[in-house]
Design a protein around this ligand. Structure first.
Ligand code: SF4
Length: 610
């Protein structure tokens, strides 16, 4: 028995209706840990350079970590990985909520889904076994309806949870999400695998959802030691000011900070401050708060249960987080927090990534005004009716404009010849303008999934002035970014929520891992594991796909002064910083990697039988 794991991974081929059990020993789990590490290993083994994202040969990997399913605070998380239709290379996303906890209690550590079913199906997992069932009656339902139906079918919310795709995933919109957490079900905070198009990959497999039934607890090394650790941790977190702020405001204070420090993306990346900030800020969100909502095992409860009265309708929803507030607020010129709630709710139901949708809308406004984009109706900044209409047209792939904008900003801009576009590797950025937070130039350029804030948390490095002030990109800061990148790999592999970053240092992660597995490893071992997993993930793009310096590109708009005066770094400063990053990581000068980098870390390709 391997404590912290079921030692059971399911491989499902939907084309052949085949279900296979994979078993690995403790040494394997010690190398790849879980979550991101496991997912990277399987994606490298199974999905090569020639496989397209929507090919049946692509796989969707869903992996838990050794801490998932335990009572350790902030540990109800899963990691998703696949060949992305957005980046055409590495795709990943991490999910919180309650589904991850139930997933681990269904008796497996991970699920690998290949192939394409002829007809719509869903997967039912219980007691460590899977069944493929017809979803023909669910196809076409929105995410809330489909999730409710699957949970009821499996015996109700006391024992079951489900993740689903919406119409956007069925219609292969490239930024479709995988989601759960219909607020009407009363199952706490929901969670999404929102970025890089996992929902579209699921749709391409004719897979509507996955339902898991709580039936087998993961084994732990020493229940007493674990319970003692959990008690201590909850006490410390309960006293922490960070926890209290998260509970009171969620992530919304970031929008006020972004405006104050000048990193808030506004009017499609033309400004970094917003004249209507008071209409969409933390205070305005607090005024419509009904109750905080928590993922399982989390005392912080950063989710926002909100209630609004709009257009004669009362809507109760899970409110927007900072990323949705910026992308569907300042970036799109929206001037009322209620309009953001409405767009967020509609996007969740139809199954679209709200960060990307806000970017697509603001991009569409610019392209429409420039006469490059043809639409059947007018759109402009601040017009939430137009946003809702466009959102629906995209999710249902209605008309040429709906199909076009469902490709995301990169491919849309290439098709219409509108060059003022902001993305990195095809992915639209989150809410941190690098002109205000210089570390984000390197974080966006080097992240395997493109413009991403969660693989380094570099925005926090800048806000806190670690390794140098916000307006500088020093070698000390790049060293810090690399250290945090390895730290983030451990958050994504163990798995833990990154809002626990003020508590879960490498040292604290080591204590949590030992309490569950009994491995009694030291902090250095955990740091080395983080480095190993980061290196493995980079190898997918830089080693297998040869996507390196040619791929680590920042859009030209972010090298120009913003309208409100925020200066960018120069291109030569960026080149120097990138060179430093490559050297510190041990990459080749052009950003590529050789397989011997993996061998030096004890990693081999082709050493497992799948
Ligand atoms: S801080 Fe928020 S996202 Fe993180 S585990 Fe808690 S409720 Fe979930």
């Amino acid at each position: 028995m391997v404590h912290g794991y079921h030692s059971k991974i399911l491989f499902i081929d939907l084309s052949r209706q085949l279900i296979k059990v994979l078993r690995f020993n403790e040494e394997f789990y010690k190398v790849y840990i879980g979550g991101r590490g496991l997912a990277a290993k399987f994606l490298i083994e199974l999905v090569g350079r020639d496989v397209e994202a929507f090919s049946p040969d692509n796989v969707l990997i869903i992996a838990a970590g050794p801490l998932t399913g335990t009572p350790i605070p902030m540990s109800s998380r899963l990691h998703f990985a696949f060949k992305s239709p957005v980046t055409h290379a590495w795709g990943e996303s991490s999910m919180g909520g309650s589904f991850p906890y139930f997933f681990k209690h269904s008796g497996i550590d991970a699920l690998i889904i290949k192939g394409r079913s002829k007809k719509p199906v869903y997967i039912h997992i219980e007691d460590g076994n899977a069944e493929i069932k017809s979803a023909e009656n669910l196809w076409g339902l929105d995410t809330h309806e489909a999730e409710k139906a699957l949970i009821e079918e499996a015996g109700g919310k006391s024992i079951a949870r489900a993740i689903v795709i919406g119409p956007a995933g069925e219609n292969l919109v490239k930024y479709a999400i995988i989601t759960h957490g219909n607020p009407k079900l009363g199952i706490g905070r929901g969670g999404q695998a929102a970025r890089t198009g996992g929902g579209a990959v699921m749709g391409s497999k004719n897979l509507k959802g996955i339902v898991v039934v709580k039936s087998l607890s993961p084994p732990v090394a020493d229940e007493g030691r674990l319970n003692e650790y959990v008690r201590e941790t909850i006490n410390k977190l309960a006293k922490s000011e960070k926890t209290k702020t998260l509970r009171k405001y969620g992530t919304s204070p970031m929008i006020d900070l972004g405006h104050e420090l000048g990193f808030l993306p506004t009017y499609y990346w033309s400004k970094v401050t917003y004249e209507y900030i008071e209409k969409i800020n933390a205070k305005s969100l607090a005024e419509i708060l009904r109750s905080p909502m928590a993922c399982m095992t989390c005392p912080a409860a950063c989710g926002r249960g909100v209630k609004i009265n709009i257009d004669d309708n009362v809507i109760e929803a899970e409110g927007p987080d900072y990323e949705t507030m910026y992308s569907n607020g300042s970036l799109s010129g929206i001037r009322d927090i209620k309009h953001i709630v409405l767009v967020n709710e509609y996007a969740d139901r139809l199954g679209l990534d709200t960060i990307t949708f806000g970017n697509v809308y603001a991009f569409a406004v610019e392209a429409y005004k420039a006469g490059k984009l043809k639409l059947p109706y007018k759109i402009d900044y601040g017009d939430y009716h137009a946003m809702l209409r466009l959102l629906e047209d995209i999710a249902f792939a209605k008309g040429d404009h709906g199909k076009l904008l469902g490709l995301g900003v990169k491919e849309s801009s290439e098709k219409i010849g509108f060059k003022e576009v902001v993305h990195v590797k095809g992915l639209e950025p989150p809410g941190y303008d690098p002109r205000g937070l210089r570390s984000m130039y390197i974080a966006y350029a080097t992240s395997p999934r493109g413009a991403c804030h969660l693989r380094t948390m570099a925005y926090v490095i800048d806000i806190r002035g670690l390794g140098g002030p916000r307006h500088m990109l020093t070698p000390e800061k790049i060293k810090k970014i690399i250290e945090w990148e390895d730290w983030c790999s451990m958050f994504d592999s163990l798995l833990l929520c990154k809002f626990g970053r003020d508590f879960y240092s490498f040292k604290e992660m080591t204590k949590a891992l030992n309490a569950v597995t009994g491995w009694n490893v030291d902090e250095k071992w955990v740091r080395t594991a983080g480095h190993r997993i980061t290196t493995l993930v980079h190898y997918y793009n830089r080693g297998i796909h040869n996507l390196a310096r040619n791929y680590d590109v920042i859009p030209s708009k972010l090298f120009k002064r913003s309208i409100d005066g925020k200066e960018p770094i120069t291109k030569s400063e960026f080149e120097n910083a990138l060179k430093t990053y490559y050297e510190m990581r041990g990459f080749n000068a052009d950003g590529t990697m050789n397989e011997d980098m993996l061998l030096k870390l004890g990693l081999k390709i082709g050493d497992i039988d799948l």
